[in-house]
Design a protein around this ligand. Structure first.
Ligand SMILES: Cc1cc2nc3c(=O)[nH]c(=O)nc-3n(C[C@H](O)[C@H](O)[C@H](O)COP(=O)(O)OP(=O)(O)OC[C@H]3O[C@@H](n4cnc5c(N)ncnc54)[C@H](O)[C@@H]3O)c2cc1C
Length: 469
C-alpha cells in the first residue's frame, strides 16, 4: 500500500476537522479491544454514503488501504490499520433515518450504537434481537461487520438474521443497495447475508434496514446449579427439545463458579456447572407448560434452583454472569478470551478435555458463555510477565482450536476472525471454500484496499493447514 500520499483532495472534500492526520488522532484510532495497535496515515469522518464513495475513489487512485471502523470494541484486531492508509470512522453517521413500527423496521446509518437502536425500538414495544453486551459502545456497522450476537441468539439468531438490506460502497467506489423491506423475497444471490460478517473486507456499510421483533411481556429466569457439566448439558438438551424456546441459556463451569462465590453467597459447595435460563412469553405460562420446563431443569445432579418471575427480580440472578469478567483479573495479569462453538451435545466432552488440556499446558482455564448455541468463551489466564507461561497459554489456545474442530465445532461464534484467527481459517475451511472466498473478495475489492490483512489467511500461512481433517 502507498503511504505518504498527498491527501489535499481529501482535506478539501471533508475539511480539516473531518480529515485528521495529527499523531494524537492517528494513535487514538489505531487500536481496538484486541490491544493491538498500528498507525494509520489519516482518519476520515464521512457523513454520507456519497462521502464514503469519494473517499474510496480517492483511495483507489492512490492505492491506499481503507479500514472501516465503528467504535473499535472488537477483540480480534479487525479494525487495526495494519497496512496504514485511511481509517474510516463512522462516528458521524449516527442517525436513525426511519422508524416504521407498524412494519417492524428501522433504517439507520452504520455509526448508530446498538443501544440507540434498542432505545428507539423499545418506544413501541419492539427490539432488535442482536444484543451484544457491548451495546452502548458498539455500532450497527461493527455488529454487521462481525455478525454480532448475544445471550438471546439461542432464540432469535444473530445479526445476519435481522438485517433485511444494506446500502454500501465496494472497493472500486461503487455504491449499491441490497435486500428488501419485506419479510419474504426470492431475488437471486443474497448479498446482504454475504456482507454481514465480512469484517469490512468487501464493502463499507453506510446504512442498514433492520428487522425488529415485539418484546414479550412475561419473563421467567432460573439459576440452576448442577454437580457436573454432563448433568447440566442433559437439562439443556431437554430444554431445547421442548416446544417453548428458551430465550437465553448461559453456562458457567466450576472454575467460574469458584470465582463468583465470594460476591454471591449461598452457592452450594461442589457445584461444577451453572445454567442461567430465561423463558420469555406473551402471557403467563400455563401451569402445565411451566411444570414441563421445570422438569427439564430438574435433571439428576441438580443442587440448587432459584427462579425470578420478572425482569426486575432477575437482576440479582444475572449478577452471577456479570461479576465474572472483573473476577477473572484476580487469576492472572494475562488473559486470552477465546470464543468457540461446539454442538451442544458435545459440551460435556469439550469441557472434560478442556480441563485435561489446562493441566497439560499448566494454564488456568475458566469457561462460560452462551451454551444454548454451544458458544463458549474459553479464558486462558496466565502471568503476562512470565514468558514461559505466556508461551504455554499460546500453545493451549491452539490445542483448544484442535479440540473444537475434532468435535465438529467452529473457531469463532461471535467475535469474528480479524487478525488473530486468520491463520486458523486454514484449519476450519477446505481449500476450495477458501479459494471461493478469495475470488469473492477480488470481485468486490480487486485492488485489495478494504481492510487488508484481515479475515482471509495469507498464502504464507499455508503450512498451517488443517491438522484435524
Ligand atoms: C466488554 C465487551 C463485550 C462484548 N460483548 C460482545 C457480545 O456479547 N457479543 C458479540 O458479538 N460481541 C461482543 N463484543 C465484541 C464487539 O463489541 C463486537 O464485535 C461489535 O460488533 C464491534 O462493534 P464496533 O462498532 O466496536 O466495531 P469495530 O470494532 O470498530 O469493527 C469491527 C469490524 O467491523 C468492521 N466495520 C465497522 N464498521 C463497519 C462499516 N460501517 N462497514 C463495514 N465494516 C465495518 C470493522 O472493519 C471491523 O472489521 C464485546 C466487546 C467488549 C469490549
Amino acid at each position: 500500500m502507498n503511504r505518504g500520499t498527498d491527501r489535499s483532495a481529501l482535506r478539501a472534500l471533508l475539511g480539516p476537522e473531518r480529515c485528521r492526520e495529527d499523531p494524537a488522532t492517528c494513535l487514538a484510532y489505531g487500536y481496538d479491544n484486541s490491544r493491538r495497535t498500528a498507525r494509520p496515515d489519516a482518519v476520515v469522518f464521512p457523513e454520507s454514503i456519497e462521502e464514503i464513495q469519494a473517499i474510496v475513489e480517492w483511495a483507489a487512485r492512490h492505492r491506499a488501504a481503507v479500514v472501516p471502523r465503528g467504535l473499535g470494541s472488537n477483540t480480534t484486531g479487525a479494525s487495526v490499520p495494519v497496512a496504514g492508509g485511511l481509517v474510516v470512522s463512522t462516528e458521524r453517521m449516527n442517525r436513525i433515518l426511519e422508524f416504521l413500527p407498524r412494519d417492524r423496521l428501522i433504517v439507520a446509518q452504520s455509526g448508530v450504537t446498538n443501544e440507540a437502536i434498542q432505545k428507539t425500538a423499545g418506544r413501541e414495544g419492539l427490539f432488535w434481537p442482536p444484543d451484544p453486551s457491548s451495546a452502548p459502545y458498539s455500532t450497527l456497522g461493527g455488529n454487521i461487520g462481525t455478525n454480532a450476537g448475544g445471550p438471546h441468539a439461542v432464540r432469535y439468531g444473530t445479526t445476519r438474521d435481522h438485517v433485511l438490506g444494506l446500502a454500501a460502497v465496494d472497493g472500486r467506489g461503487r455504491c449499491f443497495r441490497t435486500g428488501v423491506r419485506t419479510t419474504k423475497s426470492a431475488i437471486g444471490y443474497d448479498l446482504t447475508r454475504l456482507i454481514v460478517g465480512s469484517e469490512g473486507t468487501l464493502a463499507i456499510v453506510a446504512e442498514a434496514t433492520l428487522r425488529l421483533v415485539p418484546r414479550p411481556t412475561e419473563c421467567l429466569t432460573y439459576r440452576v446449579l448442577y454437580r457436573s457439566p454432563e448433568e447440566a448439558t442433559e437439562s439443556l438438551i431437554a430444554l431445547l427439545n421442548q416446544p417453548i424456546p428458551p430465550s437465553a441459556i448461559e453456562f458457567m463451569d466450576g472454575a467460574a463458579i469458584g470465582l463468583i462465590r465470594e460476591s454471591i453467597p449461598g452457592l452450594p459447595t461442589g457445584a461444577q456447572a451453572l445454567l442461567l435460563v430465561e423463558i420469555e412469553s406473551d402471557r403467563p405460562l400455563e401451569r402445565t407448560a411451566r411444570a414441563r420446563l421445570e422438569q427439564c431443569l430438574a435433571h439428576a445432579g441438580l443442587m440448587d434452583l432459584v427462579v425470578a418471575e420478572s425482569p426486575e427480580d432477575a437482576g440479582p440472578l444475572w449478577l452471577a454472569r456479570k461479576s465474572l469478567s472483573p473476577a477473572l483479573r484476580r487469576l492472572g495479569s494475562g488473559k486470552i478470551n477465546e470464543d468457540v462453538v461446539v454442538p451442544t451435545t458435545r459440551l460435556p466432552q469439550f469441557l472434560g478435555e478442556l480441563t485435561a488440556l489446562g493441566t497439560e499446558h499448566e494454564t488456568a482455564i475458566v469457561t462460560f458463555g452462551h451454551a444454548g448455541n454451544g458458544n463458549l468463551h474459553v479464558n486462558l489466564v496466565f502471568d503476562a510477565d512470565d514468558a514461559a507461561a505466556t508461551e504455554r497459554a499460546r500453545l493451549a489456545r491452539e490445542a483448544v482450536f484442535r479440540l473444537v474442530l475434532r468435535l465438529d465445532g467452529v473457531i469463532s461464534g461471535e467475535h469474528g476472525i480479524g487478525l488473530s484467527k486468520r491463520a486458523f481459517m486454514l484449519w476450519q475451511l477446505d481449500a476450495t471454500s477458501l479459494t471461493l472466498m478469495q475470488e469473492i473478495k477480488r470481485v468486490f475489492d480487486p485492488l485489495g484496499l478494504l481492510n487488508p490483512g484481515k479475515l482471509l489467511p495469507d498464502p504464507t500461512d499455508l503450512p498451517n493447514s488443517n491438522p484435524v481433517k
